[in-house]
Design a protein. Structure first.
Length: 239
């Protein structure tokens, strides 16, 4: 004689429900994957607040996808699985966004040495208004001539004959082909000639450098086509 599910004890019905197949919501998996990728914010924030901000869409997407997944799972009344994955994605994405930006903000606020003015390679590049006015070097950059500035970049490997106790090198915007390729193709605003001051020990490495010192601007060298540097820096601070 067959026994109906309704006639079974409650504990037996619950056990039976636990073994029922429930499709896993793809959005729950996607939320967790996006949240895991959001950990890149911490790596980016170590070098640049701007880079960390550019990665914010990752945790935001993980948060939105996770919340939508939780709502769908709840509305399915147990027919769709993945609640724990979605919840983990929402939690991790939220923590990554808050803690990652907090870490990047802390690094940004504490990395600037006292007495230096922060600048960047992005600020060295002339914008459309400068080009229309015939200015190869922005007026704000010209105003930095002779002042102590702080800038971050990468050491071009072929710009120094030694790898230990480097005294002269090219600081470039990034370590991609645009700055590590043929030197003749590197834009003048993507490179700074650095002279390392006495008492500073600087060895070559592939990572980011934080350099401070007296900044020199020679706009007349733009016409040399890269044979002469437009920007140089006498470094008295290096990390």
């Amino acid at each position: 004689m067959s026994v109906s599910a309704k006639s079974l004890p409650a504990s037996a019905r619950l056990a039976d429900d636990d073994f029922q197949y429930r499709p896993l919501l793809p959005g729950a998996v996607a939320s967790l994957v996006l949240a895991l990728l959001s950990q890149l914010i911490f790596l980016a924030g170590r070098d640049s607040l701007q880079a960390a901000l550019m990665l914010c869409p990752l945790p935001l997407a993980g948060l939105v996808v996770g919340l939508r997944s939780l709502r769908r799972i709840r509305e399915s009344e147990g027919q769709i699985g993945g609640r724990r994955l979605a919840l983990a994605g929402v939690t991790l994405a939220t923590l990554s966004l808050a803690a990652g930006l907090g870490f990047a903000g802390y690094v940004h606020a504490t990395e600037l040495p006292e007495g230096y003015q922060r600048t960047s390679f992005l600020e060295l590049m002339p914008v459309e208004a400068d080009v229309r006015a015939g200015r190869a070097v922005p007026a704000e950059v010209l105003a930095l001539n002779g002042k102590k500035v702080f800038i971050k970049g990468y050491m071009r490997p072929d710009s120094t004959p030694v790898s230990r106790n480097v005294k002269r090198f090219l600081l470039v915007r990034d370590n991609n082909n645009c700055c590590f390729g043929d030197l003749s193709t590197v834009k003048f605003y993507d490179q700074i000639g650095v002279v390392v001051g006495e008492g500073i020990r600087l060895d070559y490495r592939q990572g980011l450098f934080r350099i401070g010192g007296v900044f020199r601007v020679r706009p007349e060298n733009v016409a040399s086509g890269g044979e002469q540097l437009v920007f140089t820096l006498d470094a008295d601070y290096a990390r």
